[in-house]
Design a protein around this ligand. Structure first.
Ligand code: HEM
Length: 491
């Protein structure tokens, strides 16, 4: 669009006006309702028989078409009941999810739904502790990952990325999914765990972490303490990993050595009463971060590859942006250069809109509240209900996203800003509100460091078919390998 032309200027003014108006209307809609008022009306119920009718769709096409069918037919607030065994109320779209994301921890929280993380991270942290302690520990996480702290991670991230891709040949075919998984773990090893682990015991730590991760199955989610082989292996691995990390923490404390990594930030964290974090707490907190960032980041980097490499126009635009940045930052990219890569940022964000790493966010209701749909219909959500919001539907709402099935990173550009126009909680790939992802800025930074290096140094071509999502997994993934032919190039 030619921003100097008069017509464009009028369009821009009109768009700005509509944006402001739409945001105000959405906000008004969101904030005017008192969540504690009672309406006496429960959400419509989708019963077990109706769900059984949807089973073929679920098995053939996966979760999104099923949820979409329910959304189209039952609206943005409804409950599903599987013959009384599982009962969940679904809240869809920014109007219905305000309290879900913003409600006080005492009113709506993960409750015991994340109990399966206790044997993974240990009893000293998170859902092994009382709410007040857990909230303080969440603060330690968010302070350790604050955007302003990111600057110190850029140089180690760059070094890991350069060393990793230096091992590729002049040309070849690789499974990008596998490559990203290994590379991201190396970056976490360096930036989160620190150089002792990265340089001396990375392989053992990586193996142990994978064993803990393998314990994340539907069975361990439902019965975290059942002595299955996977759960037993998970428990052994956590004990050994805690031991290794505790030794690192003790050694830093006794030698007075201070590092620039996230582990150090957690060692230095203090509770409100001045108490420092214990060695066991630090180990649990850092395992929690590894877990929160690993699958989500490798999932997103793989989808970014699949989407970019099958949309030549956006691939060209992302490469062109690298040329521009390279001209400006002649000594190589640094912190500010990555912040300026808007095209690449939007390509990643759009890949994640279409393929959220966490398709469903879940909470337990501790205090009854009222929701209001976009159409103005109000419902009571009683205490003890389990509520969920499906990111895979939120990110495709047609009144927020134009042609939602299309991969179009420009929807986040300054002219459209569809997620902002749609209002708070229109884009929920990183959650929102009280439990919004504390690693978002870190995640974007590492993904941009990786993808910027690839775009600058290689010609890439997707040689396997565009992947489907593997819905059979507890944490869905791009199915199969992502085979890519590379040829070394160099901007
Ligand atoms: C593209 C990558 C990522 C995606 C898509 C993602 C997504 C999410 C989502 C959806 C939530 C909210 C869960 C809920 O509401 O129940 C969340 C929470 C969280 N994420 Fe991420 N995440 C990513 C990367 C990371 C990284 C790299 C880290 C840390 C290094 C991290 C740390 C956390 C933490 C600590 C929370 C819990 C926040 C809380 O409960 O207060 N995430 N993430």
């Amino acid at each position: 669009m030619d921003l100097t032309s008069l017509t464009t200027m009028w369009w821009a003014i009109a768009l700005l006006f509509i944006t402001v108006l739409a945001t105000k209307i959405t906000r008004a809609r969101i904030t005017n309702i008192d969540p504690q008022r009672t309406t006496g009306q429960l959400p419509p119920m989708v019963n077990g028989l109706a769900l059984l009718g949807l089973l073929p769709t679920l098995l053939k096409k996966g979760l999104p078409p099923m949820f979409n069918y329910l959304y189209v037919n039952y609206g943005s607030v409804f409950s599903v009941s599987c013959f009384g065994v599982i009962k969940v109320t679904l809240l869809i779209g920014p109007e219905a999810t305000t309290h879900f994301f913003q409600g006080l921890e005492s009113e709506i929280s993960h409750g015991n739904l994340l109990e399966f993380t206790v044997p993974m991270f240990g009893k000293a942290v998170g859902y092994g502790r009382d709410t007040a302690t857990r909230m303080e520990q969440m603060r330690f996480h968010s302070e350790a990952l604050r955007a302003s702290r990111l600057r110190s991670h850029v140089s180690p991230m760059l070094q890991e990325v350069e060393d990793f891709f230096a091992k590729w040949g002049e040309e070849g075919v690789v499974d990008l999914k596998l490559e990203f998984e290994q590379l991201l773990m190396l970056i976490s090893g360096r930036c989160l765990l620190g150089k002792e682990v990265r340089e001396n015991m990375f392989d053992e730590v990586y193996t142990l972490f994978r064993e803990i991760e393998k314990g994340v199955t539907l069975i361990s989610f439902l019965f975290p303490y059942l002595p299955t082989p996977a759960n037993r292996q998970r428990d052994r691995a956590r004990i050994r990993l805690t031991e290794i990390l505790s030794n690192v923490v003790e050694s830093r404390k006794s030698s007075g050595r201070v590092e620039e990594d996230t582990l150090q930030k957690l060692i230095d964290s203090k509770y409100k009463d001045g108490r420092p974090t214990t060695v066991e707490e630090v180990a649990g907190l850092i395992i929690g971060l590894l877990f929160a960032g690993k699958h989500t980041s490798s999932h997103t980097s793989t989808w970014t590859g699949a989407c970019l490499l099958s949309h030549p126009a956006f691939l060209r635009a992302a490469i062109e942006e690298q040329h521009q940045v390279a001209k400006k930052y002649k000594d190589g990219p640094e912190y500010n250069a990555f912040l300026e890569m808007d095209t690449l940022h939007n390509c990643i964000k759009e890949a994640l809109r279409k393929n959220p790493a966490t398709p469903l966010l879940v909470r337990r209701v501790h205090k009854r509240f009222t929701v209001q749909t976009k159409e103005g219909q109000q419902y009571d959500i009683p205490q003890d209900y389990i509520v969920a919001t499906p990111t895979i539907v939120n990110n495709y709402i047609p009144y927020i996203y134009t042609d939602p099935q299309v991969y179009d990173p420009n929807r986040f550009g300054p002219e459209r800003r569809e997620d902002k126009v749609g209002g708070k909680f229109s884009y929920t790939s990183f959650g929102g509100g009280r439990h919004v992802c504390t690693g978002e800025a870190y995640a974007y930074m590492q993904l941009k460091v990786i993808w910027s290096h690839l775009l600058r140094n290689f010609d890439l071509e997707l040689v396997s078919p565009f992947p489907n999502t593997d819905w059979s997994k507890f944490l869905p993934d791009p199915q199969g390998k992502l085979l890519v032919r590379y040829t070394r190039n160099g901007i």
